[in-house]
Ligand binder design. Structure first.
Ligand code: PDD
Length: 277
């Protein structure tokens, strides 16, 4: 590598800021997490750190000290002083001239942001529309990888249809999850969601939603749904760290039940909120 061009500026290769040589930019070679706080208290920190450690290990990034990550994010969270904050933290394998092959000596880069969680109470009260999209992702969606291109394209296609989330459907016609959320159906007295496989992220909110479901008397069924089953469900929900549990009232061109959030959406949200205090 002799020359680097950043926008219109030509920079000698030896002077280039390593940030431009980040393997996250070249290859999406890294992993990330997001945690949130409720009224100044961080929720499910250890669960997120454990998943982060799992993601790092799954792609062979060694040498990241999780205790140091915890200290950094607590320091940044305190410095930001935001009561309802979301903290995104990312580790890439490091900065190096472009080469697909990675080596063990690469020094991981760490990047973290703290911002206010968007108020989505209107969505939680009124429900959202979602649209389905083919699941174009890779075969290790259990890793919270920086590679979100398929998610970006699906989310953007949904937004163009005025839908708040894209629901991903695999080649067998089964719903995996939302582009940025776990997906659930209430059918009778059951709360149904896809099983934990390499095809979905082991969502932290999913675990708490299932716990909430048990607490409100629903039977948990971990089986994938087809689009047709979802469209006929009594209630549909999405759940994620940044949104909690959100009722879905329109699924593609179908109105879900009577088009209003159902009783379990309210019960599950109330139960879920009780875990966060
Ligand atoms: N996304 N599935 C996918 C593909 C996700 O990106 C997310 C979360 C979830 C829900 O996971 P959790 O409950 O652990 O947040 C499921 C977050 C909000 C994000 O990456 O921005």
């Amino acid at each position: 590598m002799q020359i680097v061009m950043i926008g219109d500026k030509i920079v000698p290769a030896e002077d280039v800021d390593p940030v431009y040589l980040d393997r996250g930019t070249f290859f999406g070679d890294g992993v990330y997490e997001v945690i949130r706080s409720y009224d100044g208290r961080i929720f499910a920190l250890e669960e997120h750190l454990q998943r982060f450690a799992n993601s790092l290990s799954a792609i062979g990034i060694a040498g990241v000290d999780i205790d140091q990550v915890r200290r950094r994010l607590l320091r940044a969270f305190d410095a930001a002083g935001i009561a309802d904050a979301k903290v995104y933290f990312h580790v890439t394998r490091g900065s190096a001239p472009r080469d697909r092959v990675c080596t063990a000596d690469m020094q991981p880069n760490f990047f973290l942001t703290v911002s206010k969680v968007a108020d989505n109470s209107e969505n939680r009260t009124n429900g959202i529309a979602v649209s389905t999209h083919p699941d174009w992702r890779w075969k290790r969606c259990d890793i919270k990888s920086l590679n979100l291109l398929a998610n970006v394209l699906a989310s953007t296609a949904a937004a163009k249809k005025s839908c708040a989330e894209a629901i991903l459907v695999d080649e067998a016609g089964l719903i995996t999850e939302g582009a940025g959320s776990a997906f659930f159906a209430v059918r009778g007295q059951t709360l149904q969601t896809a099983p934990l496989t390499a095809n979905i992220l082991p969502s932290i909110t999913r675990e708490f939603t299932l716990k909430a479901g048990r607490n409100v008397g629903l039977e948990i069924v971990e089986e994938s749904l087809t689009k047709e089953q979802a469209a006929r469900a009594d209630e549909l929900l999405i759940a994620s760290t940044t949104q909690d549990i959100v009722p879905v009232v329109r699924f593609d061109d179908k109105v879900v039940a009577d088009g209003k959030p159902g009783k379990y959406a309210k019960l599950l949200n109330r139960e879920f909120r009780s875990f966060t205090v």
